[in-house]
Design a protein around this ligand. Structure first.
Ligand code: ZN
Length: 265
């Protein structure tokens, strides 16, 4: 039986890295931490770098791709799947041509297909992924400027999801951040508020059977897990049990997404 195992090593504006086990192969999603931090956090769940054969990159901002990895990926023969629009950024970060596997709309790996969706975010956009083994589907999306209809159309029939929930609008407005930064985040080309995130997840949940909902990229300055928990309690109490809120400084627990035993019996 093919399960997904998933953990977030850490998520936020200082670094992002997650691991998804697809048909018994670990795939790294983003590589935004130092090697030391990454390896230490991987040890939490007894995962070694040697277990990772593939990396998929949402985009090449420094918090999602740390150039310190370039040599290691080359030495270990790790394939780095890069959207064709991001190949220039990947080369610019120092990633060797040998490591770069460009994609446009989908990737095939480990007997699974990975559908990709492009989102607005800063200049080159960011990429969302739907990992599909045929039996299970897992969606991953972070650093979205807004939730496009295409996301809602394609993030369907999911068994698990990891999704951005970046800021509380009141905390953002009241923060001491420069107005230019606030508008970059909130103007539709930056990040999703908790409200935008929960609205999307609510819609996705109605067309899926989500075993886990993992929230990513919380702003340390303009968000808090408490606010999010209260929002879920007030608006979608039926989804609270599935919720995992990740943070910047430590690894999440290891989550297992499995096929419903009813279907396999
Ligand atoms: Zn980011």
């Amino acid at each position: 039986m093919s399960n997904f195992d998933f953990c977030v090593l850490g998520s936020g504006s200082s670094g992002n890295c997650s691991l998804l086990r697809v048909n018994n192969n670990w795939v790294m999603i983003d590589a935004g931490f130092s090697m030391k931090q990454t390896k230490e956090r991987m040890r939490t769940h007894n995962i070694c770098l040697e277990d990772v054969r593939d990396v998929v990159v949402t985009h090449f901002d420094r918090d999602h791709f740390n150039p310190v990895w370039c040599n290691t990926f080359l030495q270990h023969g790790i394939r780095v799947h890069v959207h064709e629009l991001h190949v220039g950024r990947a080369r610019g970060a120092g990633l060797d041509e040998q490591c770069i596997v460009p994609f446009t709309t989908s990737i095939t790996m480990h007997n699974a297909s990975v559908e990709t969706v492009r989102f607005v975010h800063d200049a080159l956009g960011t990429i969302g992924f739907i990992f599909d083994t045929g039996a299970l589907r897992f969606g991953f999306a972070t650093d979205l400027g807004r939730v496009p209809q295409e996301l809602l159309d394609r993030f369907v029939n999911l068994d698990g999801i990891a999704f951005e929930s970046n800021y509380d609008p009141i905390m953002q407005e009241e923060s001491s951040r420069p107005e230019s930064l606030k508008s970059r985040i909130m103007d539709g080309g930056g990040h999703l508020s908790n409200e935008q995130s929960i609205a999307a997840i609510c819609h996705i949940a109605s067309e899926s059977s989500l075993q886990h909902i993992v929230l990513l990229h919380l702003s340390r300055q303009c968000n808090s897990p408490r606010i999010i928990q209260d929002l879920y309690l007030e608006n979608v109490p039926h989804l609270r049990e599935q919720l995992t809120i990740t943070c910047q400084d430590r690894c999440s627990r290891l989550l297992c997404i499995h096929k419903d035993s009813i279907l396999s019996s």
